[in-house]
Design a protein around this ligand. Structure first.
Ligand code: NAD
Length: 518
């Protein structure tokens, strides 16, 4: 199948390519399985040295890389630099210092009842990890999970979105950096290629994309019992209380709604503002929004604030949601109409919205900020939680007790206080959602453990002792065992009794062992 790639800003065709299929995919997996044997026996330090090469290459070549990302996504130069290149390097930097500790074998508590034994947890590679990525952050959504999977000792196959394949760029980065050959391989194609990759039976799937595709991928993975992480869509609420600094908060809300032209799973899609500051906050939000510079405006490339929509089908979805909302009584305070002949939807602020509008209950994934009034804390918690999604949220107030309380009550995977999307900026914090936003966590310790076979090991000496819980089960053991339980589970524990009964049981085990005539 031929796939055509266009520059969404200029709408010029960029290139065509054939989606990979069949034997090509088997060959990729064959290589991946072979290379994994090598990756799996490398020390974590050696793997870190490999991924640091990627970071160095990205920093040295940031401009040509961000230009390429901009050409296929239509995002702004600053967004390509900060949300993609910087973030990959920042995560590598974190794991450079922490990966060894996170993946180190851990000794854990062994209870007295298992006296003489030792318990530990090991984090071992799973095998080949398959990463399937969306188009909104094509560089980081492909590279970051791949890097984490590699650090945990896996080889990786990733498939970028057919909308923003960045064909050849990933290989240029890996080869240019001198990264271990074939440890991360790239497969190009659409959803059929993605589905065919699952049939190659990878040992782990990490999927980022829509809830619809996430369900299909989980169903396909279920056939082979492949574990999956699903990072899916969102409908993030921001909750703004009456005591906020209006200027700071309005700036934060505008950025978090329109960054990446709203094409971020964690951009603000519902903004709940306390009724006492609703008018003042609305006025400030609209004033700031109107000042934002769009990608087609006469300014230096790197000074555009808001880019264009990457996919024409997504732009149509945004237009449809706005149309339906207007029909049902919503008012557009600014933006709202695509600039003719382009994929630029100017940042749009909407009021008078109601819960029956798709704009309020379905993911928009575009530069639209609906504002909603609320009066009490309990009411706004219910409103925010009234969603099929549960990715992230933000709470804005000077009252830090209240922000904590509300943060705890929100049914989401991530909350930022007096900011938005900020948990993602800290590589130590796990990221992921609940409900239709998916499950599984990556980043932080989870980022490496999710790509690990978590193996428990308990060991004891090979001496002559026959364990009392082994055969044969005798009446004497049966009558003695409850005495041990009573001593052991008492608080404070009755250690002397426990030790005496324990010894008695041990003796019984040895005395009453099954004797076989040699
Ligand atoms: P999408 O689900 O259409 O596609 C994502 C990827 O999955 C693409 O590579 C596509 O080719 C592949 N794919 C689609 N159907 C498949 C199938 N049945 N089998 C195998 N592969 C399949 O999503 P999109 O339009 O590219 O991205 C937008 C969505 O991604 C939004 O919903 C957004 O919220 C979500 N997203 C979530 C996160 C997160 O971390 N939670 C981050 C970014 C984007």
């Amino acid at each position: 199948m031929k796939i055509s790639v266009v520059n969404p800003l200029t709408r010029e065709p960029l290139y065509d390519f054939e989606a990979m299929a069949g034997k090509e995919l088997s060959a990729v997996f064959e290589k991946a399985r072979k290379t994994q044997k090598l990756v799996g026996i490398m020390s974590v330090k050696q793997r870190i040295d490999e991924v640091v090469k990627i970071s160095k290459y990205l920093i040295e070549n940031y401009k040509s890389i961000s230009d390429r990302v901009v050409s296929e996504t239509g995002k702004t130069q600053f967004e390509a630099l900060s949300n993609e290149i910087f973030e990959i390097c920042d995560n590598i930097d974190y794991y450079r210092d922490h990966a060894e500790k996170i993946l180190k074998e851990k000794t854990v508590h062994t209870p007295m009842i298992l006296m003489g034994k030792k318990s530990k947890i090991r984090f071992e590679p799973m095998g080949v990890a398959l990463i399937i990525a969306p188009w909104n952050y094509p560089l980081i959504q492909c590279f970051l999970p791949s890097i984490l999977a590699f650090l945990a000792g896996n080889s990786v196959v990733f498939k970028p979105s057919e909308v923003t394949p960045l064909k050849g760029l990933y290989e240029d980065i890996l080869d240019g950096a001198g990264f271990l050959k074939d440890a991360i391989q790239i497969v190009y194609g659409g959803k059929e290629t993605g589905a065919a990759l699952i049939e190659q039976k990878p040992d782990k799937i990490h999927f980022t994309g829509s809830t619809r595709a996430g369900k299909q991928i989980m169903a396909a993975a279920a056939n082979h019992l492949i574990p999956v992480d699903l990072e899916l869509g969102g409908k993030d609420p921001a909750i703004v209380f009456e005591d906020v600094d209006i200027e700071k908060t309005a700036n934060g809300l505008v950025w978090a709604a329109f960054t990446n032209a709203g094409q971020s799973c964690t951009s603000i899609e519902r903004c709940y503002i306390h009724e006492s500051i609703y008018d003042a906050m609305t006025e400030k939000i609209v004033a700031i929004t109107k000042k934002l510079r769009l990608a087609n405006q006469d300014c230096e490339d790197c000074e555009a604030d808001v880019g264009c929509m990457t996919a024409d089908f997504q732009l149509k979805k945004v237009e449809m949601q706005l149309k339906e909302a207007i029909q049902k009584g919503a008012k557009i305070l600014c933006g709202g109409k695509t600039i003719s002949g382009t994929q630029i939807m100017p940042p749009t602020v909407v009021t008078d919205v109601t819960a029956d509008m798709e704009l309020i209950y379905e993911e928009t994934f575009g530069p639209v900020l609906p504002l909603i009034k609320f009066s009490t804390e309990d009411e706004v918690i219910d409103l925010a939680n009234d969603s099929v999604y549960g990715l992230s949220a933000s709470v804005w107030s000077k009252d830090m007790k209240r922000t904590e309380r509300v943060a705890h009550a929100l049914k989401v995977g991530n909350v930022a206080i007096n900011n938005h999307m900020l948990t993602e900026a800290n590589p130590a914090l796990p990221f992921g959602g609940i409900k239709n936003s998916g499950f599984g966590r990556y980043k932080g310790d989870f980022g490496l453990h999710t790509f690990s076979n978590v193996k428990s090991i308990i060991s004891g000496p090979n001496n002559k002792v026959i364990e009392p819980h082994w055969y044969p089960f005798t009446k004497l053991k049966f009558d003695t065992f409850p005495l041990l339980m009573k001593a052991f589970f008492a608080r404070p524990r009755k250690w002397v009794q426990f030790a005496l009964i324990g010894m008695k049981l041990d003796n019984m085990g040895n005395k009453e062992k099954i004797k076989v005539n040699d």
